[in-house]
Every structure is written in C-alpha cells, then in structure tokens.
Design a protein around this ligand. Structure first.
Ligand SMILES: Nc1ncnc2c1ncn2[C@@H]1O[C@H](COP(=O)(O)OP(=O)(O)OP(=O)(O)O)[C@@H](O)[C@H]1O
Ligand SMILES: [Mg+2]
Length: 379
C-alpha cells in the first residue's frame, strides 16, 4: 500500500495556484476552507494531542482541522508552546508513547494515519511523507557518511542501484547548496557545520519526491543566503513534484516569501487561516494582529524575531472554556467567554478566524497595534 498517487514525473502541468478564485459567492458563510482548490493530500480532522504531565493531561493540540493541498506551501505559525511541533509530529506518529494521547483523524491516501501501526507508518515516513526537524544532529546517524544516509533513505523505499542512488544524493546536495557535494557526501555528520547538516536533512527529506514534506523550523539555524537557497529548493519541489509542504516557522519573513496559505496556532488550536496575503495584510484575529505587530524591523537581530505579545501563552493543563487568547487580549469582552468556532467571518471564502469581535473593532485593532498590547505600538 502506498499513499496518494505519487508524483507524476513531470507529466502534468504544475499544480494550479492554491489561492485562485473560487465559485463561492461573495458574502456566503463558508465553514470550510477554499473549495475547488487543488486536491487535498492530507486532511487533518479534529486532531488532539494530549501529554500526561504531573499536573494532568496537557492539551497540546486541542482539536485542529487543517487541509494540505497538492503543491502548496502551508505555513503554520504561532508562539513557542502553541503546539506546532506536537501537531507536526503526531501526523506521522513521531511522538507516540505511553504518555501521549492522539485523537482525531489524519487522512492520507485513503487511510487514517492516526490509526496505523508503527510498522505501517515506517513505510510512509521518508517516502510519501518526509519530515525535517531543526535538530539535525539528533536525526542523523553519527557513524555513517551523510551521502550514504541519503542513499539508504532512497533504497529503503524503492529498488535502486547504490551508485544511482548516490548520484542522486550528490545531485540533491548540490540543489540544496552544499558546496563540493561529492566530497561532502563522504563526510560524517559531525564534520559538517550545523547549516550543512540541516541541508543534508532537507536533501534527505526530498530524496523520495514525497507527496508531503513536514518541515519544522527547517531554516532557523541557517544564515540568510543559505535560507534563501533552501526556500528555493522547497519551492522547486512543490513545483516539480507537486510536493505539499507544511512549513512551521517563527519567521514571518519566510512566510511572506514562500507561503501560499498560513495557519495561525494558539494554545493548541488554529485561530486564523487564509491565503498568505489575507493573513499578513488583513489579519482578523487579535492574536494574529499581535504577532504581526511584534515583528521587529527587518534588520533586527535574529534572536529578536520571536513574537513579543505581552502575557504568556497558555501552557498549563487547565484551559478556559472560552477563547484561549481572551486573557491577553485588550479587546476581550463577555462574549469571549464562549469559544468561537473557526469559520469565515470577514474577507475571502478561505479566510477563517475564531474571534467574535465585530469587524469594526478588528479594524481599529489593525490600525492601532496598541489595542492588542503590543510593545511596538503604532508604526
Ligand atoms: N513530550 C511532551 N511531554 C509533555 N509536554 C510536552 C511534550 N511535548 C510538548 N509538550 C508541551 O506541549 C506544548 C506544545 O509544545 P510544542 O513543542 O508543540 O510547541 P511549539 O509550538 O512547537 O513551540 P516552539 O515554537 O517552541 O517549537 C508545550 O506546552 C510543551 O511544553
Ligand atoms: Mg516546535
């Protein structure tokens, strides 16, 4: 058994733009994301991830619906601790364990990944769904040469002579910007810089032309030039192979550069999603407005790129019945005591948010960032 129809080897035209106009009439309420977009590759429905901790069960992911479409780059953003990695890892069972409780559905190729055995998932990971995490040292085998590791990743999933696979690995190394790719393919992980190792991981992720690439902060450790190179590689993968990319990042500059759509996560839930332009230019949820308002000037130091919305994200096991952001939101009102559904309220058919505030209030929040407590204030 395999996942959905594999990449087509270039026979088809590139996937249509994910955010093209749709047949949904203006003004109609639309509870789900853009219809008639490219085929859904991965559909997450009601996903929950709970971790047993001394205080109880931590709802790291508290009911997420999210669709990833062929050939799109979907950015998942949110402050530290919002549940992005827990979500990403649970999709392919990487955080399973006696203290982890995963519920809901992850539909991929006609199967629910949340119900597959570890053995079945191993046949999918690295082949149909590749995962790249930030910690490349932990992910690579310290005793094997990096070229051989990428080669083995290919040969583990398809019949291929070693030399052919190695040639492809070297080619991939070149594509992700590794200098002297053939020589560096012979290096052991510790002989490479962190940035080089990270690019090895990305090459490994793309080695089998996966239908889905889950990339958790893949460029955070890289300098700007290399980062641009890696983002170009992701773009090419989605164009050439229709790879759908779930890109987790703190860096809104990266989002602006490569994302087709953006989902914003807070306290285990998606609070807003839409096309990149919808979310970045006309953010609806006060949390998104705060995140965008807290981006420092573009030439600021990297360490300062972390969002700085006053107050701390929710990290405890107890969560409010209503909007999780209300405690930090200067605009919160009585109505926020009830949890708002994620649905279309303002803007395009695929622009969803989970905030009950009326349009004009959000408008004023956008105009004056101080309304959402950002330290930056008006600019
Ligand atoms: N294995 C675990 N056991 C217990 N709690 C966990 C575990 N993994 C994550 N958590 C908790 O779940 C919540 C979500 O964590 P997660 O790592 O998904 O956040 P994140 O959005 O990826 O943050 P960051 O941007 O810092 O990577 C946090 O409160 C975190 O402390
Ligand atoms: Mg994370």
């Amino acid at each position: 058994m395999t996942g959905p129809a594999p990449a087509d080897g270039g026979q088809q035209a590139p996937p249509p733009a994910p955010n093209r106009p749709t047949a949904v009439p203006e003004g109609s309420e639309q509870p789900v994301a853009v219809p008639e977009a490219p085929a859904a590759v991965l559909e997450i429905r009601g996903l929950t991830v709970g971790f047993d901790v001394p205080a109880g069960r931590l709802p790291a992911v508290a009911g997420v619906d999210l669709t990833l479409r062929r050939g799109e780059i979907l950015a998942l953003v949110g402050e530290s601790g919002s549940g992005k990695s827990a979500l990403a890892m649970s999709l392919v069972g990487l955080n399973r364990g006696p203290r982890t409780h995963i519920g809901g559905e992850v539909a991929f190729g006609g199967r629910n990944l949340a119900e597959l055995s570890e053995r079945e998932l191993r046949g999918i990971r690295g082949k149909d769904i590749a995962v790249v995490f930030q910690d490349s040292l932990a992910a690579l085998n310290p005793l094997h040469r990096v070229g051989a590791q990428v080669t083995e990743m290919m040969r583990a999933h398809r019949r291929m002579p070693y030399a052919t696979a190695m040639d492809r690995a070297v080619e991939l190394f070149g594509e992700v910007g590794i200098a002297s790719p053939r020589a560096n393919a012979r290096a052991l992980p510790h002989q490479l810089s962190g940035g080089m190792r990270q690019r090895v991981m990305i090459a490994m992720g793309l080695a089998n032309d996966p239908a889905v690439l889950i990339a958790d902060e893949p460029t955070t450790a890289l300098d700007v030039t290399i980062q641009a190179q890696v983002l170009a590689v992701l773009r090419r993968a989605r164009h050439d192979h229709g790879t759908a990319v779930l890109l987790i990042t703190h860096d809104l500059g990266v989002v602006a550069e490569v994302a087709d759509r953006v989902a914003v996560m807070y306290a285990g839930r998606i609070v807003e999603q839409g096309t990149r332009d919808e979310v970045l230019r006309a953010p609806q949820h006060p949390y998104t407005i705060g995140l965008l308002g807290s981006v420092p000037p573009i030439d600021g130091p990297v360490a300062d790129r972390l969002p700085a919305i006053p107050g701390a994200p929710l990290t405890g096991v107890d969560r409010p019945a209503g909007c999780a952001f209300a405690a930090r939101c200067a605009l919160a009102r009585d109505a926020c005591a009830e949890r708002p559904a994620l649905r279309r309220r303002h803007g395009g058919p695929g622009h969803l948010d989970a905030c009950v505030l009326p349009g004009p209030v959000r408008e004023s929040a956008r105009a004056g960032q101080d309304l959402v407590h950002t330290e930056k204030g008006r600019s």
